[in-house]
Design a protein around this ligand. Sequence first.
Ligand SMILES: Cc1cc2nc3c(=O)[nH]c(=O)nc-3n(C[C@H](O)[C@H](O)[C@H](O)COP(=O)(O)O)c2cc1C
Length: 201
Amino acid sequence: MYPERPLTEALERISTRRSVKALDLQEPGPSADSLAAMLATALRVPDHGKLGPWRLVTFENDDREAFGKILATRWQALHPEANDAQIAYEQNRFLRAPIVVAVISQRQADHKIPEWEQILSAGAVCQNLLVAASLAGFAAQWLTEWYTYDAHIQSLFNIGDHEDIAGFVYIGSASAKPDERSRPDTQARINRWTETMALGS
Ligand SMILES: Cc1cc2nc3c(=O)[nH]c(=O)nc-3n(C[C@H](O)[C@H](O)[C@H](O)COP(=O)(O)O)c2cc1C
């Protein structure tokens, strides 16, 4: 028996955590050491079968701009009527935050661990990264946007048949404290099982 000690400050941070819109993120971002610690924390997730069904790609410094140029070119190819402002927006998309992390779900097919469970593990990586960023004093947002689902952009990540991009986690410092967000009625979603449920009444 070794009861864990409650970390009330961490609980408070997690229960009040809010995503901060990528456009409201700014410098400073995490240092290299801090980012490495956050990524290691993010990957410490439940993983049925020890498959490690995920991989990460980070975008840092000038590489964010280089990737933005690729996004802008792709956007123009998809939307030949795109105006200069829209193209510039794509070019600057990854510059909205100091760090962007792509989280990729990488499953083993035909494995005894169902792919669904492997997908859930990648979702846990995204949430863990949001929480790790928050506890490290940063703000973050998990976004998919159009490029997550674009076949050409996916090919740049060598997305295979049993892979998907779970999203891009943008990390930086919040330029302002976000307002609270309306939340689903959690009480309505929490039910205590009693035997009468099994009897269908
Ligand atoms: C898988 C996933 C994809 C998301 N993609 C987008 C997106 O493309 N654009 C967007 O505005 N919000 C997106 N969101 C929502 C935000 O990341 C976030 O949930 C929302 O701003 C409120 O977050 P909070 O409850 O952490 O404050 C996505 C959320 C999830 C879980």
